[in-house]
Every structure is written in structure tokens, then in C-alpha cells.
Ligand binder design. Structure first.
Ligand SMILES: O=C(O)c1ccc[n+]([C@@H]2O[C@H](COP(=O)([O-])O)[C@@H](O)[C@H]2O)c1
Ligand SMILES: Cc1cc2nc[nH]c2cc1C
Length: 398
């Protein structure tokens, strides 16, 4: 393992891209499999990406997918920017540990196991998840820094160490998830600071705020952004000023996974904000990530555009916890197994493309002009926020 930069957790070794030669081999193998050329659409591209990440063709089916949920509270939640109170964060951590949350169900369905890490939950959580705890809740970012410099370094290092632990423990694909009441506000600020976006372009309804909440949240983003823009060129300073310990840990985790040449399935807007910072910390890291889905949060589309990532799913989801990524993981697994397990024309004794009259690989110019851009995701209009049904702590009466 390359340890360069370990003394300063914000300094990463140069990221090298997945293996292009292997990717080409995987693309070529697809033409030999018993199907019309190109007929598995985006599955082919995803399988070739996994092959390139693993550096082997055909790729190995995933044996140990792992989701890490980074939990943390945010002082800004006291400003009426969420539909739920901060105490839900610790309660949901307990729910994750009891196996009752969406992340548990979706992980089981996708063949993944779950790890929960309390990086900055306000209050106590189980000692089994608090080894990397940096503080109780991050600061009120519209008026003070989210973290001290030492806390920022500790949080980024925590994320790097967690990635190392998981990869050394055999994880062959990672998923980052998040849990933290109020965390869509610092996420929006980070995204706006890194893309030059205005508060109204990045604000979203999060857990389901009403119009009054939307106005409070937009004002909070505006005030925090005024502070964040001053340090926008320095990703560590940005995490300290306007992020939080959970976001800093996620950024360290995502950058370290890339440094360790391990593929990651990204989740929604919060993981997306951390990914944008990780790409600043470790340029090229994005080549090691695939976007599991597009969240309904408007800022997530900005993230995907900025990182040039095409989501696998667009299901109108806005939960977090890694839920969108885990819903997409079976698609990525299927794409990998197609390349690994399908018979070739030669294996099956079927006349392959070279033996049969072939349709033109590219449509003739007229057809090309008329052909719509292939779309692998169905856009879903933003859903009306459902009335919250959580029974442990009711939504705030704002
Ligand atoms: O991942 C997303 O795109 C996403 C979108 C909206 C909400 N969330 C989750 O909801 C919580 C943050 O929402 P809020 O309204 O409290 O800022 C936090 O626990 C996130 O995991 C997550
Ligand atoms: C309010 C709430 C926010 C969440 N964010 C991720 N999981 C969640 C679960 C609940 C209940």
C-alpha cells in the first residue's frame, strides 16, 4: 500500500485510473458473448468498468460488497432546516444496529454487509460504532466553522482508515451511505462553493420541509456560503468551514478507496457532496466511482454533471443511508457476472457476428439524426414529500 501523504490526511498519493487496456479487452469480449453486439446496453459499459477497476478480464463476481454508513449531526439542524429533530440521528443508528432500516434490507437483498460509524452524532451511541467519533455534532455553519483544523484532520483520517480496514478485510466493492438530520444543508453549501452555484439552485426539500422551512434553509445556505466561498479553493478548509465531521470522513473514505483501486457505488446528494470534495483532494478519484442513482435533491444533478457521472437508476429516491446505491448494486453485480459467466459464440458453437450478415455497427446518417439519445434511466418527476411516518421522534412542528 502506498502510504505517501499519511502524515497529512488531506494529502493523497496521485490517483491512477482503472486499467484502460483491460477495459478494451472487456469491450472486445462483449462482442464474443452469445448476444447481438451491444444488445446489453449500459450493462456492457458497467461490466467493462468493473473489469478495468479489477485489472482483469473477465472480471470476478463481487464476493464482499460492503456499505459504510457515516452518521453525524449538524448544528444547523437547530435552525429549522429539517423536517425532523436531531435526536432521530442517534435513534436511526440504533435502528441500523438492530437491522430494521432500509439500508439493512437493501444490503441483504444486494448481498452486502453493513458497517455503521458514528463520526459526530450528538449524544451517545453504542461503543461498537463510536471508535472514530470526532465530536458531538458539527458546528452551526451559518455563523461558525463546522470543525476545528484538528477535528477536520481527524475526520478525514478516520475515513481513510475505515477504507483501509474494509479493503484489507476483503471488501471488493464499497458503498458509502450517510445518516444525519440536517446534513443536506452543509452538502448544498459544499456543492455550491465548488460549482459557483447560487443557494436557490442547490437547496432541496431534504427530509420533506415545507415552504417556510425551505426559506429558512435557503437563508442558512446563503449565510454559510458567504463564509465557504472564501476557502473554496482549499478542500480541507472547505470541510472545516462548511462541511462537518461525517462529510470529511466520507471524503477521506472515497478518496482512499480510489487510492486503493477499489470501486465504489455512490449514493445521493450527501455522499455526492463528499465525493466532490474527495475529487478535489485526490484528482482522478471519480474514475473509481459509479453513481448508483440520481436523488430528487436538485443539487445532486449538479454533482453528477460536475463529476461527469451517469446514474444507474433514477427512482425518485431521497433517503440516504446508501439506499440508492444498494438498489443499484444488483445491476452492477449482474453486469459483472454477464462478462464473467456468459458463454462465448465459440463455447456454444453458435455462428458469431463474423459469420453472420451484420447490421451496421453505427446507424446510417439519416437514422442517426432521427435516433434519440439512448437513455438507460427513466426520469421520475420529483415526488411530493410523503407525510413523515416515523414513530420514534415525530417531525418538528415548525
Ligand atoms: O441522499 C440523498 O439524496 C438524501 C436526500 C434527502 C435526505 N436525505 C437524508 O435525510 C437526512 C437529511 O435531510 P435533512 O432534511 O435533515 O437535511 C439525512 O439523514 C440524509 O441521509 C438524503
Ligand atoms: C427522518 C429520517 C431521516 C433519514 N435519513 C436517512 N435515514 C433516515 C430515516 C429517518 C426516519
Amino acid at each position: 500500500m502506498d502510504n505517501s501523504g499519511q502524515d497529512d490526511p488531506g494529502v493523497f498519493p496521485p490517483i491512477t485510473a482503472p486499467d484502460d487496456e483491460i477495459r478494451d479487452r472487456a469491450v472486445a469480449r462483449h462482442t464474443q458473448l452469445t448476444k447481438p453486439v451491444g444488445s446489453l446496453g449500459r450493462l456492457e459499459e458497467l461490466g467493462a468498468w468493473v473489469s478495468a477497476c479489477q485489472g482483469v478480464c473477465p472480471p470476478k463476481p463481487f464476493e464482499r460488497p460492503r456499505v459504510v454508513v457515516f452518521a453525524g449531526d449538524h448544528g444547523i439542524a437547530t435552525q429549522g432546516v429539517s423536517a425532523y429533530p436531531s435526536e432521530v440521528t442517534a435513534q436511526m443508528v440504533a435502528n441500523f444496529l438492530a437491522g430494521g432500516a432500509a439500508v439493512n434490507v437493501l444490503a441483504t437483498a444486494a448481498g452486502a454487509t453493513v458497517r455503521v460509524v458514528d463520526v459526530a452524532v450528538a449524544g451517545e451511541t453504542s461503543p461498537t460504532v463510536s471508535k472514530f467519533k470526532v465530536r458531538n455534532g458539527s458546528g452551526l455553519i451559518d455563523r461558525e466553522d463546522a470543525l476545528t483544523a484538528a477535528e477536520t484532520a481527524a475526520a478525514v483520517k478516520a475515513g481513510r482508515d475505515i477504507a483501509d480496514e474494509e479493503i484489507d478485510g476483503g471488501a471488493d466493492v464499497l458503498v458509502a451511505g450517510d445518516m444525519g438530520i440536517g446534513n443536506t444543508t452543509p452538502s448544498a453549501v459544499l456543492i455550491a462553493a465548488l460549482t459557483g452555484s447560487e443557494p436557490v439552485a442547490v437547496v432541496g426539500r431534504g427530509t420533506g420541509i415545507d415552504d417556510q422551512g425551505w426559506m429558512r434553509k435557503t437563508a442558512a445556505i446563503r449565510d454559510a456560503l458567504r463564509r465557504a466561498r472564501k476557502v473554496g479553493a482549499d478542500p480541507v478548509a472547505l470541510l472545516r468551514t462548511a462541511g462537518g465531521a461525517d462529510l470529511a470522513a466520507m471524503a477521506g473514505f472515497l478518496a482512499q478507496a480510489a487510492a486503493r483501486r477499489t470501486p465504489v457505488v455512490l449514493d445521493g446528494v450527501v455522499v455526492g457532496a463528499a465525493a466532490m470534495v474527495a475529487e478535489e483532494l485526490a484528482p482522478g478519484a471519480r474514475e473509481w466511482w459509479v453513481a448508483g442513482h440520481r436523488s430528487v435533491e436538485p443539487a445532486h444533478a449538479i454533482v453528477l454533471d460536475h463529476l461527469d457521472l451517469k446514474p444507474i437508476l433514477d427512482f425518485g429516491m431521497r433517503l440516504g443511508e446508501g439506499s440508492g446505491a444498494l438498489t443499484a448494486l444488483p445491476v452492477l453485480s449482474a453486469a459483472t457476472r454477464i462478462l464473467a459467466e456468459m458463454a462465448t459464440f465459440a463455447d456454444a458453437g453458435i455462428a458469431g457476428p463474423a459469420d453472420a450478415p451484420q447490421p451496421a455497427a453505427t446507424p446510417p446518417p439519416a437514422a442517426q439524426a432521427a435516433a434519440p439519445e439512448p437513455s438507460f434511466t427513466e426520469p421520475v418527476p420529483p415526488a411530493e414529500p410523503e407525510p413523515p411516518k416515523f414513530t420514534v421522534a415525530p417531525p418538528l412542528d415548525l
